[in-house]
Design a protein around this ligand. Sequence first.
Ligand SMILES: *[C@@H]1O[C@H](CO)[C@@H](O)[C@H](O)[C@H]1NC(C)=O
Length: 318
Amino acid sequence: MAATSFVAASLLRRAALGFALSHPLKNNKLSYQSNLISFPLTPRLTSSGLCHLAQAVKGDVADLLKDVGDKTVFEEVKRTLEMARRASSRREVLHTNFLTPPVMKESMLALTKLADLKAVSQGGYPQAERCRISVGHPDVLTSDPDIIAALSITGNFGFQPCSHGDFLGAILGTGIAREKVGDVILQGEKGAQVIIVPELIDFLMTSLDKVGNVPVSLTKIPLISIDYEPPSTKSFRTIEASARIDAIASAGFKISRSKLVDLIRNGDVRLNWTPVTKNGATLKTGDIVSVRGKGRLKIGEINTTRKGKFAIELIRYL
Ligand SMILES: *[C@@H]1O[C@H](CO)[C@@H](O)[C@H](O)[C@H]1NC(C)=O
């Protein structure tokens, strides 16, 4: 029974994969994040009749980024916005390399504020962490660009298990830059699957012959064959007097409030991948809290009770 439902879920997941990248699914079984944002064509016309996103973006970049606290994230998001400006003024579709989750989140957020621009993010499978963003005018960005490829790395890892870091280290050891590589998905004794930019497939296939001490062989695989485990989650409800991060995260991870405050002080707590520096942050639906060594927590629905408390749905990634 369990096996059957697993197969069914996996078929569903694969069937969904084909369109999951462009169609937000709100079903709880297939709760993929929406990976597509698109904006109505607002008539931002100049006297010549041309759409001027370039003008709209120029000078506003600093404004769009005023909430991005982290310096490196800020620089990378800025680069994405500048790319969007170029894409729009040349009426082309341009793509980023693979972005980290915080950069990707802030970039998509900032891009939604721009008129006449469509942005698509893809990482090869619905829950991909590292994604590439493509931007362009909605007239030219009409389908998901073909800018993601996948390889299967196989070898006999039964006696020498290799970690995520071992695979990544071996790939980067060939000279490939980190931002050209997406997620690495471990496949137990068989090896791993790696997401990469298409133009480096041949190079990696000829350059990588070992991971750790294990000889490997590489094959290109279609994205539909990417075999990831949908994360195992547990959701529950809690009622708290405040929606502050210390209150909610201590309930979610079942640790004391004071321990959580210590973890924050040590820099071990992240909110939407950005380290939390002070305790007062208030959480909202969709926020992701991660605590080093304890995993992740997603904030679901928040209701206020008649007594002015917060009833919060928490989804714990195990
Ligand atoms: C919030 O309220 C709705 C409607 O009453 C209810 O269905 C839902 O379960 C509540 N969620 C939480 C987390 O209490």
